[in-house]
Design a protein around this ligand. Structure first.
Ligand code: VGL
Ligand code: ZN
Length: 195
């Protein structure tokens, strides 16, 4: 499918089985892999060709050890996704689909919380938005963790920027189930499609 990309939000060990382990993380990874398989299986083409037509972008929480969102600094969260630690790594089942050009880091400034991946930047300093624009993407599928925070904020920013946004509802994990449901219904009201 042309003009279509997948954005995988924060499928990182600390949100899966680490300091901020979220509910439904394992099924969410399975569902993400299944979706990738579906979107990239076209037997007549080589995997590289298919992959170039269906970019998979990764958003990565990437905090300094003294980030303002951590409890010792008065923030709401336990330390998580600290730069250079295992907790900040992409889950091994998804890592083979990731590249540095399509990895977008956020939350790397000590004094700035950043839930949305929209302004995350890659090694070359390009934002997620810049790259979607360069790739001429119109339709964005979103999966990842956590529904209420980074998934919701990323999906909303993409929608505001004019993309058609689809959230893969079986490929999400959450901090709190009621919060997850509330975020889903808010996104739906905003015109984000739950699929
Ligand atoms: C997230 C809380 C703190 C998320 C990141 O990825 O949803 N939530 N940092
Ligand atoms: Zn964080």
């Amino acid at each position: 499918m042309k003009d279509t990309a997948l954005v995988v939000v924060d499928m990182l060990y600390d949100f899966i089985d680490g300091s901020m382990a979220c509910q439904n993380a394992a099924p969410a990874i399975e569902a993400s892999l299944k979706f990738i398989d579906k979107m990239t299986s076209a037997p007549e083409e080589s995997p590289d060709v298919i992959r170039s037509r269906f970019p998979i972008l990764f958003v990565r929480d990437f905090h300094p050890a003294d980030h303002c969102s951590f409890t010792q600094q008065g923030g709401p969260w336990p330390p998580h996704c600290v730069q250079g630690t295992h907790g900040a790594d992409i889950h091994e089942a998804l890592a083979p689909y990731a590249s540095e050009e399509l990895s977008f880091y956020k939350g790397y400034q000590q004094d700035k919380e950043q839930y949305s991946g929209f302004e995350g930047i890659n090694e070359a300093g390009q934002s997620l938005y810049d790259v979607l624009d360069i790739l001429d993407v119109k339709n964005v599928y979103v999966c990842g963790i956590a529904t209420e925070f980074c998934v919701r904020n990323t999906a909303e920013d993409l929608k505001k920027a004019g993309f058609t946004v689809y959230v893969l509802k079986d490929a999400l994990a959450w901090v709190d189930y009621a919060g997850h449901l509330e975020a889903l219904s808010a996104m739906q009201k905003e015109g984000i499609r739950l699929v």
